[in-house]
Design a protein around this ligand. Structure first.
Ligand code: F1P
Length: 367
């Protein structure tokens, strides 16, 4: 059985997201250092993000949104990929500016990537972290620090959504999108109301239903939220979880669909009609369906075992942070139901810190 305190830290951090986002908005308006960090960077040039784990999926989500908003090439790679083929990655992405994201600022692969860039490439580097003082600072040309968004828990929840929101605000500011900026202003309050109405629903569902496999599906930027959702489920509940582009699920993976499978759809505005057809197909194969959608159709109400609506009037870009939260609650609830303590997930540490002989790709000078 889980002890009384199991998961307490993590649930506090999940529920503190609206307040943390309000602080993020305040810092964005008042802390000149945040915007100052971008001095010397160009919004019209390609961006490359480098990170590991949740910070990598976060980077991918930001890159997908920035590419649309800024209309420039934006992508992300895991830090290990940069270390194995640094010249190829720099050439392929064409990036003269690199954003290195690490909540802890301690992840060895990210530090080594930053070190390689400092020594070998003429690029601007921005380190993004929730730590006040980290080694990352030694290797980057500028730093963006968000200590108020840090967690005590091992898993990233509010740091993920707060960094995402900060970059959405930055994107809106860079292109002068006042509509997006004001949509983001209203999000904390609406999310607090959403949590009050939905957190128990997700908890109750996870308590009642047992599954052997968890699948998370999304198209476009939602695919990266699906990846992060699968990671949350794996980390907090030691469950088997996978993520796919929604319509890719027909191309092989659907062979796992059965009564033992919970398939979560993170529906996007653009792909929703086609994604909904797949829901019907998977229902027929016996799978249970969890739908996260802004506003449900009658068909979705009929087909889903659990329906989570966001119910926001804001554009999709401003809804992404809230879209990430159902998986936080689900992962936590499944972990607790399995008698685990999601505050201290099995086999994990807050950051992956490797010794010199411990498998982090070494710097490859000149390769
Ligand atoms: C990245 C990370 C976390 C993950 C795990 C190990 O950390 O992969 O996302 O939950 O605990 O570290 P960071 O570089 O963002 O600090």
């Amino acid at each position: 059985m889980a002890s009384q305190a199991a998961g307490r830290q993590t649930i506090q951090e999940i529920l503190s997201q609206p307040a943390t986002w309000t602080e993020t908005a305040r810092q964005f308006e008042q802390n000149v250092k945040l915007l100052g960090a971008f001095e010397g960077f160009s919004v019209r040039e390609p961006w490359l993000f480098v990170a590991c784990g949740s910070s990598y999926y976060l980077s991918r989500t930001i890159a997908a949104q920035w590419a649309k908003l800024l209309k420039v090439a934006c992508t992300a790679v895991p830090a290990s990929e940069l270390l194995f083929a640094p010249h190829e990655v720099m050439q392929r992405t064409g990036a003269g500016q690199v954003v290195l994201v690490s909540r802890s600022g301690k992840t060895t692969e990210v530090l080594r990537a930053a070190e390689w860039l400092k020594a070998n490439a003429t690029v601007q580097t921005l380190g993004v972290t929730c730590s006040e003082d980290s080694v990352l600072e030694k290797f980057c040309t500028s730093m963006l620090k968000m200590p108020w968004a840090d967690e005590k828990s091992m898993v990233m929840t509010r740091s993920f959504t707060s960094i995402l929101l900060l970059f959405e605000r930055l994107g809106a500011k860079f292109v002068g999108d006042a509509g997006l900026a004001s949509a983001l202003d209203g999000l904390p309050e609406k999310t607090a109301r959403w949590l009050a109405a939905n957190a128990d629903k997700i908890r109750a569902f996870a308590k009642k239903r047992r599954f052997a496999d968890y699948v998370f599906l999304g198209q476009g930027a939602h695919y990266w939220l699906a990846q992060e959702a699968a990671l949350k489920m794996t980390e907090m509940s030691s469950s088997y979880a996978q993520a796919y582009h929604t319509l890719e699920f027909r191309h092989g993976p659907k062979s796992i669909a059965s009564k033992e499978t919970l398939i979560t759809f993170l529906l996007s505005d653009e792909a929703m009609a086609e994604e909904s057809l797949l829901i019907g197909e998977l229902k027929k194969l016996g799978a249970s369906i969890l739908v996260v959608v802004n506003r449900a159709t009658a068909e979705l109400r009929r087909e889903s075992d659990l329906l989570i609506e966001l119910g926001l009037d804001e554009p999709e870009c401003a809804r992404m942070a809230l879209t990430a939260i159902p998986a936080h609650l689900l992962g936590l609830a499944v972990g607790l139901r399995k008698g685990l303590n999601p505050d201290v997930p099995r086999n994990l540490t807050r950051a992956v810190v490797l010794g010199s002989k411990n498998g982090a790709p070494a710097q490859r000078r000149g390769t």
